[in-house]
Structure formats: C-alpha cells, structure tokens
Design a protein around this ligand. Structure first.
Ligand code: ATP
Ligand code: ATP
Ligand code: MG
Ligand code: MG
Ligand code: MG
Ligand code: MG
Length: 269
C-alpha cells in the first residue's frame, strides 16, 4: 500500500499520547453492558437469569478468545466479561487503547451479529453499548484475587436475585415488599427463606447461574490423529477455592507456542 506523503499537517500526530502498558503484568480487560438493567427489561430477559443472554455473552467472549492467542482465559457473569492476557503479551505493543477498543468492538459486534442465534425470532430492538476498562495485575495473587472478586460478586448478586424473584414470582410479594423482606438479610437468611418457604436448595441451582462462566483453553488429544489440540471450553468452576488454582496453575502461564487452536464450534454448556 502507498505510504501517505509527509505533509505540513503531520505534526498533529505528535499530539497522540503514549499509552503503552507497563511490561510483565497481567492485562485484564473488563467490559460491561451499559444500562443493561433497562436493556434486559426491554428485551424480556427471564428473571433472575436469562440463559439465552448468558449464552450469547459466552459466545461473544468465545469469539474474542478465538481471535487473540495471547488471551489466557475469560470470565463472564451478568452483563460483564473479563479477558486476561498472558503476562508477557506484546499484542499491539501493549498499547492500551488498541487493546481495549479492539476487544470491546469485537465483543460488541459479535453480540449483535449473533443475537438471533440465541434469541431466535425475538428482535433486537436497538444496538447495545458496552463500556470497557483495563487493569494491570503484577502478581499471581492479585490476579487470582481479581478472579475471586468477580466470582464472589456473582454469588452475592445471584443469591439475592434468586431469593428476590422467588418471593415475587412464587411468594406473590410485590417487588417493594420483596425488597423490604430482604433488607439487612445475610446469605444464610436468604438460603433459609428459599429452603423453608419454597423448598429450594440454593446449592442445587445451575452452576452457570451461581458461578458465571470461565472460558479457558484446554489441551486435548485428538482421537483422529493422536495429536494434541487446543479447545476453548466453558466451565463453571469454583474459583474461590484455592484448590482450583493449584490444579490450574498452568492457566496463568500458558505459552502461545502451545496454542495450535482448533475450532470446536458453538460452545455448549
Ligand atoms: P489497521 O488494522 O492497522 O488499521 P488497516 O488494514 O485497517 O490496518 P488502514 O490504514 O486503517 O489499514 O486503512 C484502511 C484500509 O481500508 C484502506 O487502506 C482501504 O484499503 C480500506 N478501505 C477503507 N474504507 C474503504 C472504502 N470506503 N472503500 C474502499 N476501501 C476502503
Ligand atoms: P451500568 O451501565 O452502570 O453498567 P447496568 O444497568 O448495566 O448499569 P449492572 O450493574 O451492570 O447495571 O447490572 C446489569 C443488569 O443487567 C443486572 O442487574 C440485570 O438486571 C441485567 N442482566 C444482565 N444479564 C442478565 C441475564 N442473563 N438475565 C437477566 N438479567 C440480566
Ligand atoms: Mg452494566
Ligand atoms: Mg454489570
Ligand atoms: Mg493503521
Ligand atoms: Mg484500519
């Protein structure tokens, strides 16, 4: 392609600022739907958890991981997704804006492009918006605590939402009454309400709702040719347990050379 000739205007390029991220740190990109409280209402999401919406989010994240080899994993819950780059990633020379905008844009356009794959006839009424941020974590401990923090968040919210919507839909309370009922309650109280009044054992609720989705690369033996291949799989592990991180220590340091990526097709639960 032709290089643009130097012009007297070119000095304006110098106004661009250097946003190179410091080396040797895990780059976490987190995106979150804008006003998804309203978006979910407008699109009749099942309360408290719409499985179609969760699967669409997971599929969009899957598409992102597929495109960027330097991504170790991604974790999603509600209207957010976190993407974790390997520590020594040099993608886009670690330029923050490039990384953030490319990931966000790929995710957003995939969300829209594949809407009907998950919502069928139900129309997408307007284009959704996602915001995004980048956070750097310097130690394994910090990164693991980040993952735990996001999963603890889904735990707290989902227990609340599950109890709230059970009180409304089955207990016939008004949303206001349900909110009042739950005001000041601890986790144990909510578990007790669900169990004693509605015969629901919260621990039996689907893992995908209670724990969110962790997408990770998994090496498997291809039975056809006996070669190793990498799959992207969706899991709903308990990351709050240290045991998980002991068993998945390799997650934090996966080498790109290992990653001869195979397409597994639409991810399933
Ligand atoms: P990068 O990812 O670095 O931005 P790029 O391939 O997008 O790489 P650009 O410098 O952004 O490179 O150039 C965009 C290119 O897209 C143009 O060179 C041209 O080939 C093509 N393009 C964009 N808009 C049009 C258009 N309206 N008609 C024809 N070609 C277009
Ligand atoms: P903001 O723009 O500040 O992010 P928000 O309305 O998106 O505002 P969040 O805290 O991000 O607020 O919460 C997302 C909301 O989207 C949830 O509270 C819930 O109402 C809704 N939501 C997201 N995913 C689902 C889903 N799978 N099923 C049902 N509701 C969902
Ligand atoms: Mg949001
Ligand atoms: Mg959110
Ligand atoms: Mg360019
Ligand atoms: Mg371009």
């Amino acid at each position: 392609t032709l290089k643009m000739a130097k012009s007297s205007f070119e000095y304006v390029k110098n106004f661009e600022i250097d946003d190179t991220l410091i080396p040797n740190t895990w780059i976490v990109v987190r995106i979150d739907g804008k006003c998804f409280h309203k978006f979910s209402d407008d699109h009749d999401f099942t309360k408290p958890n719409d499985l179609r919406a969760i699967k669409l989010m997971n599929y969009a994240a899957f598409t992102v991981i597929k495109e960027f080899n330097d991504l170790l994993m991604a974790y999603g819950q509600s209207d957010e997704y976190s993407f974790i780059f390997k520590k020594d990633s040099k993608l886009y020379k670690r330029r923050a804006a490039k990384l953030l905008t490319t990931i966000n844009s790929k995710f957003s356009s995939t969300y829209v492009y594949y809407w009907s794959k998950f919502f069928g006839e139900q129309r997408l009424k307007y284009p959704p918006t996602f915001d995004g941020r980048i956070v750097l974590y310097p130690s394994e401990e910090n990164l693991i605590d980040y993952m735990k923090w996001r999963q603890a968040d889904v735990h707290i919210n989902n227990l609340y939402n599950t109890t709230f919507w059970t009180l409304v839909l089955e207990g016939k309370l008004s949303p206001m009454q349900a909110e009042k009922r739950l005001c000041g309650t601890l986790s144990a109280d909510k578990n007790e309400i669900l169990f004693s009044e509605f015969n629901i054992n919260y621990n039996n609720e689907p893992e995908i709702f209670r724990r969110g989705t962790l997408l990770l690369r998994k090496m498997v033996l291809d039975s056809c040719n006996d070669k190793l291949k990498t799959l992207i799989v969706d899991t709903h592990c308990d990351m709050l347990k240290n045991k998980f991180w002991e068993e998945h220590a390799c997650l934090l340091s996966l080498k790109s050379s290992q990653q001869k990526l195979m397409y597994k097709g639409p991810i399933t639960e």
